[in-house]
Design a protein around this ligand. Structure first.
Ligand SMILES: [Zn+2]
Length: 84
C-alpha cells in the first residue's frame, strides 16, 4: 500500500522509514504521523520490524523500491493520477 501522493512527483515521502533489514528507504504504512510505534514489513527484504514515530522522516524512497513498485503496477497508478 502506497500512502505518499508526493511520491509520484518527486519520489519524496512524508513518512519514510529506513528498513532495519536492508537499510533501504521505504514508505511507512501510515497516512498521518502515528502516536505510537508501528509495524512495517519491507517490500524489498520482507523484514518485519517495529518503528517508532521518531524513526519516521521525510525523505527520498529507495530507487530499488521505486523500481519494484513500478514493476508491480505503479505505472497504472501514475496514469490514473495524470488523467485527473
Ligand atoms: Zn528491507
Amino acid at each position: 500500500m502506497l500512502n505518499c501522493m508526493a511520491f509520484f512527483i518527486s519520489n519524496t515521502c512524508d513518512f519514510t522509514i529506513r528498513c532495519k533489514g536492508c537499510n533501504e528507504n521505504i514508505n511507512a504504512p501510515v497516512g498521518t504521523m502515528p502516536s505510537s510505534w508501528i509495524i512495517a514489513a519491507c517490500p524489498l527484504c520482507q523484514e518485519k520490524r517495529r518503528y517508532l514515530p521518531t524513526e519516521i522522516f521525510r525523505g527520498r524512497l529507495s530507487q530499488k523500491l521505486i523500481e519494484k513498485m513500478q514493476a508491480a503496477g505503479g505505472a497504472m497508478i501514475i496514469k490514473n493520477g495524470t488523467d485527473n
